[in-house]
Design a protein around this ligand. Structure first.
Ligand SMILES: [Zn+2]
Length: 164
């Protein structure tokens, strides 16, 4: 399993080719968004938010937002380190907090979500580029962990578990 610093380095290096690939496919805007998505994904939305990690520390006083995630999800479980599932769950948790916050301060009950959806629909390429950037950072993380499968899918580690 790679250290936090190795993950950070991979994120910083990986953002460039991912951004360039998106730029070639969809233009400079999308390239920039994909690279930013990769950086944000790796540095702030890392699968390792399920444990005390660099990514968690970067949230500073807001790190409590990830308390339920850390509490409920075992480190390197399918729910944090599963392809697509992990990224989707982290985004949903942030969205959940957003809705809670908007309810607390009395914003419209839909918390601006329909506007967000229609904004994403208006710029599908940018939205896809952002999603790809975020998910690519998760894949960089999984690959660097040396075993791109969550604990539940790894026969090797399941075997180790049973032997314990
Ligand atoms: Zn990890």
């Amino acid at each position: 399993m790679a250290s936090g610093r190795a993950h950070d380095r991979a994120t910083l290096i990986g953002g460039a080719p991912i951004g360039m690939a998106a730029a070639v496919l969809w233009g400079a805007d999308a390239g920039f968004i994909a690279a930013a998505g990769c950086l944000i994904g790796g540095l702030w939305l890392s699968p390792d938010l399920d444990t005390h990690s660099n990514a968690l520390r970067r949230w500073g006083p807001l790190r409590g937002l990830w308390w339920p995630y850390r509490r409920l999800i075992p480190h390197r479980s399918l729910w944090s380190h599963g392809p697509l599932i992990g990224t989707a769950l982290r985004l949903m948790l942030l969205l959940g907090w957003w809705v809670v916050l908007s309810l607390l301060i009395g914003w419209p009950t839909n918390a601006g979500l329909p506007q967000l959806v229609s904004w994403l629909k208006q710029q599908p390429q940018q939205a896809i580029a952002l999603g790809i950037g975020l998910e690519a950072s998760a894949w960089l993380h999984l690959i660097l962990d040396g075993d791109p499968w969550p604990v539940e899918w790894s026969p090797r580690r399941l075997g180790q578990r049973r032997r314990r």
